[in-house]
Every structure is written in structure tokens, then in C-alpha cells.
Design a protein. Structure first.
Length: 277
């Protein structure tokens, strides 16, 4: 009965937060440290990429520590954690004036806990969103008429962009509008039987990590997308030794400072590099 009551109270708290037009997201820190880890930055990047954190919304940033250490030390540590999250959001293009509160609340007391290792769940910063504006609609990738390239005029090591190749967000799955341009690429490979190419995948979201990528396993998202295109060509009869695939992450952006979803769409692209003719 007690366990059921705790679950009910937690659900009630979540319901109240949403009903008041606020959402809270938690960024976690290592023991006695105020620096954002790569995992923490990647988590914030994903909130931005998925339009959970939206430019123009008002944000409150509140830092905490666990129970280990004195009050003065923990007050300072919690403030530094909150400040570092605020500074990271500013580096991602958020207006500091939209951050209405940035404070440290110090340690969270745990009366029934002790020990030098502390309590990891309390080493955090809360990002609280006040939904003062409606989320903007996510634009669909612009589908332009298929533009053909004169392969004969391209030199070895030159590349061209396949702008109409589109994927599901955060995924290597091709969207239907990609197939007309893939057929054009297949036509190049058939027209020039000695042509060898490298498919180079790129993703969006400039930052310390490959921001468009929940892919953190054996292949990055950009590589997985390039491999998808290579597989398409091979399945259509192109010999494997004529097609390479690689992922370049977000290292070569077309738009260096991404401010809009349109900017991110431009950086999510596939380029074809001529290896030999």
C-alpha cells in the first residue's frame, strides 16, 4: 500500500507540472564536479534537436548537490553547475535573457542516508521550461527538382551534394522522396562503369558531440546513413569495390552557426566524392 501511494504521488507531481505549463529535465554531474560531461552535453543536444528546448521559451535553471560536504561548499557547487548549464545553452544559441532564473539550491538532505559516496540522483541541474510560446512546426526537407551532375567534368577527389536524399530524424531509414535522386546516382554508376565513389554522410547540430546522433554504438548516424546508400547501390547491381561509405559527423558543416531547423536540414546531407574514373 505504501509503495502504491509513492507511485501515485510521483504521477501526481508529473501531472501537476504539465498542467501548469512546465516541463522539467534533469542534467546529472559526477561527484563533487560542476563540469558538464560528454553524456550531459549530448543529452542537452538531444533536447534541442528534438525541439523540446525551443529558442524563445523561458527557462529556469536550478542546481543541486547531494548531501556530502558542508553547506557553503555545496551552495557554491550547485551555483556553478547551474551556471555551466546556462553557459552551455548560450553557446548553443539560446538568449540569456530567456533564462529567467539561474540559482543553486545547495544540497538535498537525505535523513536516512549516510556515507562518503553520496547520492548520485541529487547531483543535478533542473532545466524547467515555461511554455510561453507554441512550439514551431518542424519544416519538412525541401524537395527540389532532381539536378543532374556532369560526372565527366568532375576531377578525381571532387565531390557533389545529393541534397534530395532525406532520412527519418535520428535514423538511417530513407524517406520516400529520396529514391528519385538515388536512381540518378545509380544511373551515374551504370553510365560510367569504371567510376568509383565514396559516400560521405554528414549530420547537424554543432557541438562537442555528433548532436544528431543517438547512434553511439559501432557506427555513428552519419556513417549508418552512408552505409544505407551504399547498400542500395550494391543491391541494384553495383560492384562492392566501386563504392565506399564513411561518416564525417558534424565536422564539415555547410552552416557553421545553426540557428533554425532549416540550418540543421542543410547540414544533414550526403556528398559523393569521386575516387577514380
Amino acid at each position: 500500500m505504501k509503495h502504491t501511494l509513492v507511485i501515485f504521488l510521483l504521477l501526481f507531481k508529473v501531472f501537476m507540472a504539465h498542467s501548469q505549463g512546465k516541463d522539467t529535465f534533469e542534467v546529472y554531474f559526477p561527484f563533487n564536479d560542476a563540469k558538464l560531461t560528454k553524456d550531459a552535453m549530448s543529452y542537452v543536444d538531444q533536447l534541442i534537436f528534438k525541439d523540446t528546448l525551443i529558442h524563445g521559451n523561458k527557462l529556469m535553471i536550478v542546481g543541486y548537490t547531494d548531501y556530502v560536504g558542508g553547506n557553503a561548499h555545496n551552495d557554491t557547487l550547485s551555483r556553478m553547475r547551474a551556471k555551466n548549464v546556462k553557459d552551455y545553452l548560450a553557446s548553443m544559441g539560446f538568449d540569456k535573457d530567456d533564462i529567467t532564473l539561474c540559482v543553486g539550491k545547495g544540497k538535498i538532505d537525505r535523513k536516512n542516508m549516510s556515507g562518503k559516496d553520496g547520492y548520485a540522483a541529487d547531483r543535478k541541474v533542473e532545466i524547467i521550461i515555461e511554455h510561453t510560446i507554441a512550439p514551431p512546426p518542424i519544416p519538412k526537407p525541401e524537395v527540389k527538382p532532381v539536378e543532374k551532375v556532369d560526372i565527366g567534368k568532375l576531377a578525381v577527389n571532387e565531390s557533389f551534394s545529393m541534397t534530395n536524399i532525406c532520412f527519418e530524424p535520428g535514423s538511417p531509414v530513407l524517406l520516400p522522396e529520396s529514391y528519385p535522386i538515388l536512381k540518378v546516382l545509380l544511373g551515374y554508376m551504370n553510365q560510367y562503369p569504371t567510376l568509383k565513389i565514396r559516400i560521405e554522410g554528414h549530420v547537424c547540430c554543432i557541438g562537442p558531440n555528433e548532436g544528431d546522433a543517438p547512434y553511439l554504438g559501432n557506427a555513428t548516424l552519419s556513417e549508418a546513413r552512408a552505409i544505407t546508400i551504399r547498400r542500395y547501390l550494391i543491391e541494384k547491381g553495383v560492384k562492392e569495390n566501386r563504392v565506399q561509405a564513411t561518416g564525417l559527423g558534424n565536422r564539415n558543416p555547410v552552416v557553421p552557426q545553426e540557428l533554425t531547423e532549416e540550418d540543421r536540414i542543410k547540414n544533414r546531407r550526403v556528398e559523393i566524392r569521386i575516387l577514380s574514373k
